[in-house]
Structure formats: structure tokens, C-alpha cells
Design a protein around this ligand. Structure first.
Ligand SMILES: O=c1ccn([C@@H]2O[C@H](COP(=O)(O)O)[C@@H](O)[C@H]2O)c(=O)[nH]1
Length: 273
């Protein structure tokens, strides 16, 4: 099964559009684990175990592991997810972007070292920096398009004066990703839940691509508006929530609390379909 097929299978199995983001911050860990980076695996695997039947994907963000020299724990976590939730695809949020020879190494890191099913990429350096990831035919490559942060507007909303109709940068990227760049149907796009109008515009330009949508929960994005703007027959959405789920409780009940928030979020998304 390729990434897109895996995603659809997990959506159906778990009746979910929710992706739980795995952004471990030891300073926020419960009880005796607080501040202890050697507990990153224990914390994240407990979250996985508590939510694995509620999600369409998991999304570990690599910086939260690398910052604590915890790449070995990320490897163990990826293996754990494959073992306990083999139907749930894992998106490695790495936002890589570099020349082709370096991109080949990043692709090996994501797909061979970590066994990710998809990876997030910055398309800023052009198609030759994306192509090495597409040599893994079963894997997904999800390109930053209209990001959830306010500063995303600095570049992504600028108009490209040389192109017919002067599209905005994010609009042109959405078009390329739906058409010329999507050689084997492996691409998806990142669009922030904080900008529902832009989600709708990206969906117009890229009717079939999966949209990874971070920004509900801690960033305040509207779950209902996200579903209305992004979900179409033939074009799914992967709605990510990280901190709101991970840190729903700072006590020993953190995994049960994470499950409650994941369940509520899944139901909110499903009610908007
Ligand atoms: O535009 C983007 C792209 C990626 N992210 C990532 O998603 C999560 C969001 O975490 P929350 O705690 O739910 O806010 C995080 O890993 C970001 O690096 C994003 O927020 N916006």
C-alpha cells in the first residue's frame, strides 16, 4: 500500500480525520518524568497507545527529538507505532529542503532510517529538491504551501507578477503540486487551519491532494471551518493537533486526558463532514 492508500484505510478504520502530532517537550512531562529527556520515548509511546484507534495519522516533529539528542528514541517510537498501529501512517515533520544530492540523504533519513510513510518538505528551492523523495514510490511528500504562522504571509501571499493572472506564491505552488510536479501521485500540501479561506483556495487549485492541516488546538484554528473548507470527495484532509492533545493534563492521567481530547477533536471534525 502506498501512503495515500494507507491514509484512506486508517481514516476508514478509525473513522477519523485527526492526526496526533508528537512534539515531546520534557519540561511539560508529568510527575517524575518532568525535565527528563530520556523519557521522550515513554511519553510518546503512551500517547500513541492511548490514541491509536482515534487517528488517521501520527506526525512526530523531528526537532523535538533532535534538540534533546533523542533520535534513537524517535527510531524506537517509529518502530513502536509500526508494531502497535500498523494501519496508521506516520508523517515525519522535518520540513527539509536542499539541493538534490543532500535531499537524497534527507530522503534516506526519513524513509530508511525512520521508516516514515511521508515527510514534510519546503518547496522553496524548486522541484529538483523534491524529486529525490519521489524515488520512493510508496512514500508521500507533503509540501509547505500556506503555513499556519502569521509570518507565512510574508512570502506565501506575494503575487508572482510574471505569471498569467499573477497568482499568489501559495496558489502557484498548489497548482504545480496538483499537476506538473505530482508525477506519481505522491504529493500533499500543508495548509494552516488558521487560514480557512486559503484552505478553500488551495482546495480549488488542488482538488485531489491530501491536505495536512496543522493549527487546530493550541494555535486556535477552527476545526469546523477547516473541514468545510478542505474536505472534498476525492480530496482528503489530515487535521493535526499536537500540544492540545499531548499536554491535556500535566498529571499522571496525561494519556487518558490525551485520549479524551483526541476523541473530542475527532468527533468535532466528524460532525462537520
Ligand atoms: O504550517 C505549519 C506547519 C507545521 N506545523 C507543525 O504542526 C504542529 C502544530 O502543533 P500544535 O501544538 O498543534 O500547534 C507543530 O509540530 C508544528 O511544527 C505548524 O504548526 N504549522
Amino acid at each position: 500500500m502506498n501512503f495515500i492508500q494507507q491514509l484512506h484505510a486508517a481514516e476508514t478504520l478509525n473513522h477519523s480525520l485527526l492526526c496526533v502530532g508528537l512534539d515531546p517537550e520534557p519540561a511539560k512531562f508529568p510527575g517524575a518524568w518532568k525535565g527528563d529527556a530520556s523519557r521522550i520515548y515513554d511519553f510518546c509511546s503512551a500517547i500513541v497507545d492511548a490514541t491509536k484507534d482515534l487517528v488517521s495519522a501520527f506526525k512526530p516533529q523531528i526537532a523535538y527529538f533532535a534538540a534533546h539528542r533523542a533520535e534513537d528514541q524517535l527510531e524506537r517510537l517509529m518502530a513502536h507505532i509500526k508494531r502497535v498501529a500498523p494501519s496508521v501512517p506516520v508523517i515525519l515533520d522535518a520540513k527539509r529542503g536542499d539541493i538534490g544530492s543532500t535531499a537524497e540523504q534527507y530522503a534516506r533519513e526519513a524513509f530508511e532510517r525512520y521508516q516514515a510513510d511521508a515527510v514534510t518538505l519546503s518547496p522553496f528551492m524548486g522541484f529538483d529538491t523534491i524529486e529525490p523523495y519521489l524515488r520512493y514510490p510508496d512514500k508521500g511528500a507533503i509540501l509547505l504551501c500556506r503555513t499556519s504562522n502569521p509570518g507565512g504571509s510574508d512570502w506565501q501571499n506575494q503575487r508572482l507578477a510574471d505569471l498569467p493572472g499573477q497568482p499568489r506564491l501559495y496558489e502557484h505552488l498548489a497548482h504545480l503540486a496538483e499537476t506538473a510536479w505530482n508525477k506519481n501521485g505522491q504529493l500533499g500540501l500543508v495548509v494552516g487551519a488558521t487560514f480557512p479561506a486559503e484552505i478553500a483556495r488551495v482546495r480549488e487549485l488542488a482538488p485531489t491532494l491530501p491536505l495536512l492541516i496543522p493549527g487546530v488546538g493550541a494555535q486556535g484554528g477552527d476545526a469546523v471551518a477547516t473541514v468545510k473548507a478542505g474536505l472534498r470527495e476525492g480530496g482528503t484532509i489530515i487535521v493535526n493537533s499536537s500540544r492540545a492533545v499531548l499536554y491535556a493534563s500535566s498529571g499522571e492521567d496525561f494519556a487518558a486526558a490525551a485520549r479524551r481530547v483526541a476523541l473530542q477533536t475527532r468527533e468535532q471534525l466528524n460532525a462537520a463532514v
